[in-house]
Design a protein around this ligand. Structure first.
Ligand code: FES
Length: 166
């Protein structure tokens, strides 16, 4: 092999190794930047209101992104509110279960969420009715498909509820 041919061969070999190395780094960078499947899945929580055995007047608590989410099917005696989620003839309260005073988790006691930390209270719609909480319980972003709520995916229903509570 002449010196010129050897130089060409070494140059092409270096280019090939560099190209493979570059491609491998791009794959590595993409894997590093893409969220893990578990992270993606953690961003959304689906709740099918038709299959969780909700009893009117008895809220259930779900977890979304580490936060408690209160879902209450309202009874006929509970006042209707613009901030309710209305599906068919049923009305629901859907709210992040953290007191808007300092973030404790209120407990449901006889038609009222009571916060043990400083005595704050929220009615069945999530509106503050007593004590230091400065505003209603916060509506989480969610979308509705039939009876299925997808928490973490903002839809028209949650936007309307947030606007009513603002
Ligand atoms: Fe709930 Fe203070 S944190 S009343």
């Amino acid at each position: 092999m002449s010196n010129t041919n050897r130089r060409d061969f070494l140059g092409m070999s270096f280019a090939a190794v560099a190209a493979v190395g570059g491609a491998a780094s791009l794959v590595g960078m993409k894997q590093a930047w893409d969220p893990l499947p578990s992270v993606l899945a953690a961003g959304f929580t689906t709740v099918d209101l038709a299959s969780i055995g909700l009893v009117p007047g008895e809220p259930q608590t779900f977890k979304w992104r580490g936060k408690p989410i209160f879902i209450l099917e309202k009874t006929a005696e509970m006042a209707a509110y613009d901030g309710d989620l209305v599906l068919g003839d049923k009305r629901y309260t859907v709210a992040i279960g953290l007191c808007t005073h300092l973030g404790c988790i209120p407990a449901w006691k006889k038609d009222v969420w009571k916060c043990a930390c400083h005595g704050g209270e929220f009615d069945a719609t999530g509106k503050q009715t007593f004590g230091p909480p400065p505003k209603p319980l916060v509506t989480p972003p969610f979308s509705v498909n039939g009876t299925v709520l997808t928490l973490g995916e903002e839809g028209a229903e949650s936007k309307a509820m947030m606007a009513a509570r603002a």
